[in-house]
Design a protein around this ligand. Structure first.
Ligand code: SF4
Ligand code: SF4
Length: 344
């Protein structure tokens, strides 16, 4: 990362009451058929052009956004993804998601990203491919991770913790840590009928994935808390791990949701919502007029009382969703941060 971009990001991190994190699902297209996912079941070919996305990115910059997470579908399926990543990486801390199928073909584009997250759910190839719904997914993903790592690109492995892989998460974590590959996690969650007016659907209800063994989940949190004292490549922060542990041990939420305050999501059509489970409230191009409106203030109050989901990224953004929270990430991840600065 250039010194100029790093300084610009630091200034935005220290500015209070900004939407620091944005997830932009730039396409609905996906080449995988994951069993716990609704995205590939509900396709929509209409999506913003690269030029429109660039205009949207300019708006995000003016709003004070720090991190743009580019996902989908699989964002790497877009033919213009190189142009989008290149533009976004001028201003933002950019994370790009891939299911492991295309990253190895997009090395040059991904070099500009600050972080590439590759999803792998198990060390067992057959189990992984069953969850992903595509034969050969595991092999391709492992090869992609190794290739990116060798190329000096900051790559992490991102398993979705579910009942299907709960008992192997610690071994899974050790396996990649031993190779020097950082780990970020998702938590299996699903969108129910009560989310019928949501921006779009991601998680599909699947009995086999629902975490039923809550004690085992608490133990996973304890083990990760202990392991991350020695290894910064476990990218989830201590504070978030403690909050997840509390959720599974006593059903208590240690955070209030900060959707549409410190984070929001944008879909492939450029529609904006606090999170994907709520209805769209604006187009990206209307945001400058609406961000400080009474309408958005009312929505923020509503979302801050909401306890409807356990999507880990939203928990993370909520817990680390203000200047103090940003500083906690910096403190918690100081060695990782130096790693990012060194590599780009
Ligand atoms: S989870 Fe990701 S890779 Fe799998 S089908 Fe859904 S969007 Fe595609
Ligand atoms: S808790 Fe927050 S992120 Fe989850 S559904 Fe409610 S508003 Fe959305």
């Amino acid at each position: 990362m250039s010194i100029r971009k790093a300084l610009s990001i630091v200034l935005r991190v220290l500015a209070p009451d900004k939407p620091y994190h944005v997830q932009w699902m730039v396409t609905r297209k996906c080449n995988y058929r994951c069993r716990g996912c609704n995205v590939w079941r509900e396709q929509d070919n209409k999506e913003l052009s690269a030029e429109e996305i660039k205009r949207g990115l300019d708006i995000l910059r003016k709003l004070g956004v720090v991190e743009v997470l580019i996902s989908g579908g699989n964002p790497l399926l877009r033919e213009d993804i190189d142009e989008i990543i290149k533009y976004a990486s001028r201003y933002f801390f950019v994370t790009v998601y891939d299911n492991g199928s295309l990253a190895a073909e997009k090395i040059d584009a991904l070099r500009r990203a600050n972080f590439v997250a590759i999803s792998i759910d198990s060390l067992n190839p057959d189990k992984n491919d069953h969850i992903r719904g595509v034969e050969g997914a595991w092999k391709r993903a492992i090869e992609a991770v190794e290739r990116l790592h060798t190329e000096g690109i900051n790559v992490s492995v991102t398993p979705t913790i579910s009942q299907a892989n709960l008992y192997e998460i610690i071994d899974f974590t050790k396996h990649f840590l031993d190779k020097g590959i950082p780990i970020w996690y998702s938590l299996y969650s699903y969108d129910s009928l009560e989310h019928s007016n949501s921006l779009f659907k991601i998680g599909k209800a699947e009995d086999a994935f629902l975490i039923r063994d809550r004690d085992a989940m608490v133990k996973v949190c304890d083990s990760l808390l202990e392991m991350r004292q020695k290894n910064d490549d476990i990218l989830i922060t201590t504070k978030v791990l403690k909050a997840v542990k509390q959720l599974y041990s006593s059903n208590e939420r240690l955070w209030r949701c900060r959707a549409l305050q410190n984070f929001f999501v944008i879909n492939h059509r450029g529609e904006v919502a606090g999170c994907h489970l709520h209805e769209p409230v604006a187009s990206i191009f209307e945001l400058p007029d609406l961000w400080e409106s009474e309408k958005f203030e009312a929505l923020r109050r509503k979302y801050s009382a909401c306890e409807r989901c356990t999507y880990l990224c939203y928990i993370f953004y909520s817990i680390h969703g203000n200047v103090a929270g940003n500083m906690e990430i910096v403190k918690d991840k100081w060695r990782s941060l130096k790693f990012f600065l060194r590599r780009h």
